[in-house]
Design a protein around this ligand. Structure first.
Ligand code: GRF
Length: 223
């Protein structure tokens, strides 16, 4: 039987986090006091520094090395099995740097979310901060969205906007955005945990109890 989001309602929900690197968003999730049980942190890289951080938090870690598999489909099948073994209600990609196959996305549809360092749909893909600076945009930010087959796109749950300052470098802008990532990712997971929102059958975010989800935009002023 296919596991559905919310099926653990009232009994607590289980979160699995996928990482590839530093894991600062994972850490923000672990340290934000979320009521979820974090069943595992899974990485496609054994050298991901975030794994040690997870272990320090007493979270089980697992590595599914993509290089051990001949192709994307077989890696994704192994990854899906590793994730599914925990029967998660929420699967959070936190700096997970592999493109997932439609099959994986379909299996976890509605409970698979990602954080991306731009105000989507602008600047999908890599090097978002350098590209934003090159274009001279005045507002940049980050987005938490449901994952669909469309890379770095998908129904938006929450965004945070930050100003782009005159002397910004990709590094300074990245730091300002990352600060907001660490605020909005736990918020998005909390909303999912509380069943405040879901992915509806038309592929849009459906908010429960609220007419206008104005609070899904975080816009701090100039610091
Ligand atoms: C973050 O900027 C995230 O938005 C992007 O990759 C980066 C990962 O950073 N997807 P970390 O591993 O969470 O520190």
């Amino acid at each position: 039987m296919r596991h559905r989001p919310g099926s653990h309602k009232g009994a607590g929900k289980t979160l699995v986090i996928l990482i590839s690197g530093r894991g600062s968003n994972m850490r923000a999730l672990l340290e934000s006091g979320l009521p979820c049980r974090v069943a595992a942190v899974i990485s496609n890289r054994a050298d991901a520094p975030g794994l040690a951080v997870a272990e320090r938090h007493g979270i089980a870690t697992q590595v599914v090395p993509h290089r051990d598999f001949p192709d994307r489909a077989s890696f994704d099948a192994a990854l899906a099995a590793a994730v599914d073994a925990h029967r998660p209600d929420i699967v959070a990609l936190a700096g997970f740097m592999r493109i997932l196959t439609p099959r994986f996305v379909e299996q976890f549809q509605g409970r698979l979310i990602n954080i991306h360092p731009s105000l989507l749909p602008a600047y999908g893909g890599l090097d978002t901060h350098a590209r934003a600076l090159r274009d001279g945009v005045k507002i940049h930010g980050c987005t938490v969205h449901f994952v669909t087959g469309d890379l770095d796109h998908g129904p938006i749950i929450i965004q945070a906007a930050v100003p782009v300052l005159q002397n910004d470098t990709p590094a300074t802008l990245a730091a300002r955005v990352l600060h907001e990532e660490h605020r909005i990712y736990p918020q998005a997971v909390r909303w999912l945990y509380d069943d405040i929102l879901s992915l509806d059958e038309t592929g849009r975010v459906r908010w429960k109890h609220v007419e206008q989800a104005g609070f899904a935009l975080v816009a701090p002023g100039l610091e």
